[in-house]
Every structure is written in C-alpha cells, then in structure tokens.
Design a binder for this molecule. Sequence first.
Ligand code: AMP
Length: 389
Amino acid sequence: MHFRRLEDANLSGKTAIVRVDFNVPRAEDGSISDDTRIQAALPTLRAIRDAGAKLVILSHFGRPKGEVRPDLSLDFLLPVLNEHLGETIGFIDGSNAADISENITLVENTRFEAGETKGDEDLAKRWASMGDVFIQDAFSASHRNHVSSAGLAKFLPAYAGLSMERELDHLAQALENPRQPVLGVVGGAKVSTKIDLLKNLVDKLDMLAIGGGMANTFLAAQGYDVGNSLCEHDLADTARDIMTAAQKANCQILLPIDVVAATEFAANAPHRVCGLNDVKANEMILDAGPETVEGLLDAIDRAKTLIWNGPLGAFEITPFDTSTVEAANYAGKRVKENGLIAVAGGGDTVAALKHAGAADNFTFISTAGGAFLEWMEGKALPGVEILKV
Ligand code: AMP
C-alpha cells in the first residue's frame, strides 16, 4: 500500500493538526494505569516539533456522545504531556477553534462535539482552520468516519504519523504482500463476531487454524457432539459455507482434533483430554488438546508469515490457557530463530499473548481493537483511505 508518510509532509513553519489516541485506561484515583498509547504517540509529536511545526493535538476519550462531560475531560493529560515534551501545553475547547498561541495545544475531547462522530463538514472546516496539515496517527480510530479520523482530510493534506506508518507497514507485510505460506490463527469466543473476518481470510491465506469457543461451532457443524460447550448451533450453515469457501480457495482449515473438556468454567476445574467423539453431555470444551497443538506447531513451522487474532481456549483460567501459551511461545521462538513474520492484534489477543509471555517476541502487535478486526475483514478504513496516494 502506498500512502503519504510523515517524511513527505512539509512541516517547517507550519501548524500540524495531529490525531492521536489518548483514550488511555485510568484507575479509580484518576492515574493512568497503562500509558502505552501515550508512549506510542510521542515519537510522532516530537518529530513534528523537531521539523519546526506547531502542534495541535486531537484525541477522543471515552464516549461522551456529543456532551461536555467533565469526568471525560482531557485536562488530566496536560501535566503528562508537559513532562514528556518539555513545553507548556495550551488547552482549548473544541467548540471554539481559536488562534493557536502555544507551540503545543491540546484540544479538549473531540467527542464533546456532536459533529465529530457524524463526520460533520462544518466542524471539519472549523478544526482545519487551526492548521496547515493533518497528521493521522491513530490507527485504532481509523475505522471511524469521524471528523478527527478522516473528515479533516477534506480541507487539509493528510499524512500518516509514525505510529500509523508502523501499523500500516506491518499489516501490509502480513496480508497484502506477505511471504508465503501464510498461516492465520483465529480464536475467541464466537463465530458470529468473526464471520466477515473468516470469509476474507480463507481467500488470502494458505492455512487457517480455528480455535477457542468458535471452533466448537465448526465441530458441531461437522456433526460432532460438543456437549455443554459454548457453541452457536444456529451458525452451522455459515461454518459449512466458510469450510467450502476455504476448499475452493485452497486454504487448509485446521480445526481441533482433540480437546480439553471440563464440567465447570473455572480455574483448575477437573478436566480431561478427549477425542472429538467423546465429549460428554455435561462437559464443555475449554481448550485444544495436545495433538491439536502439535499440528499447530507444525503449521507454524511451515509458515513464513503468521497472523493471529483471538485465544485458542479459555486462556484466563488455568490450565485452559495451555494451547494458547504453547502456540504463542512457539511462534515467538520461530520469529527469533527462523525469521517468521508474526503479526497479531484485536480484542483479547494482546492480553493472551502478554499472558503467554510471547508478546515481545512477535514481529508486531497492533494495539487497535475494532480497526484491526475491520482491516482483517478486508474493509476500507476511512482514516487510512485518506492517506493513500
Ligand atoms: P474474543 O473476544 O472473541 O476474542 O473471545 C475471547 C474470549 O473467548 C476469552 O474470554 C476466552 O476465555 C473465550 N474462550 C475461548 N475459548 C473458549 C471456549 N472453548 N469456551 C468458552 N470460552 C472460550
């Protein structure tokens, strides 16, 4: 994918309006409990200042739905940004796009403005009047057709920030022009949230391993009795359609061939490994079994590129995290030792890979949720489309 990068922007003496994602988790006392998103934005903010431009920073926080909510104000970020960037940070109300006096100005929560989520053109024009270029650095909000994600590009030249560049380059490496063969690992609770994603992937991948609760739907669709497992029986036809589409597209589907079953969804619940024909009516499948894991490690060996979304079992409760942990660690090892490209993201994936201790070994882990999934579904993301050349 060719897109306009930060280095293409003429920034000297200009004012850059930068969309970042400062939607950070906060503890009850108001402190920031995880500053990953702030750290991710800093290189772009510093690069823009170093290039001689003023900064106007836009971000949403929570879901104020067009209302001014003091509890969702971005004012808590002022001392944090001041400390990281070493400059005074101006703070303005988004309803009142003003002349920018400070070198760095933070605009109040973009979602205090009702027009933001509607992609309102008047609001876009008003915000655009504050600067000369638009730098989109929030991949996580790029699936939204909001003013701060995409709408500003109607009035200003748009470029990707450094964090956006990293996302787009790695995503392209995983699905657009990957080294083949490509293996997808898709897990998680339900098929219903991932139908489009699976349909898109079977067209693009050489192998697709399906795990977690959603694998139960596929097994049931093949006639196996999954007992008391999480299973969407009404999606049996959909599951069969996906299998047929995979066959047509020459994508090998890997489903569990053995499972770990328990009668209770709880940590350390009594459990046993069993075959697919042997799940009892009162048992739930909570993880893939050892033979399945062996097959998965073999597929990871064959792959040159791996794209991963979702856990392979109920990873929050031991020992039902076993297949997720083993497969994730093996993938991390192959990245280090064999140059496997391993990209992951979406939903619980980051938590699952962190839990496995494999997150740092992956080539790239996207912190975006919805945007990552929509990208895996093959959808055009408004906040990325505006960057394309
Ligand atoms: P998702 O948000 O779709 O990625 O799903 C993640 C959730 O799926 C996690 O909370 C897992 O505990 C859950 N999950 C994965 N496998 C199973 C399973 N076999 N039975 C029940 N829940 C599962």
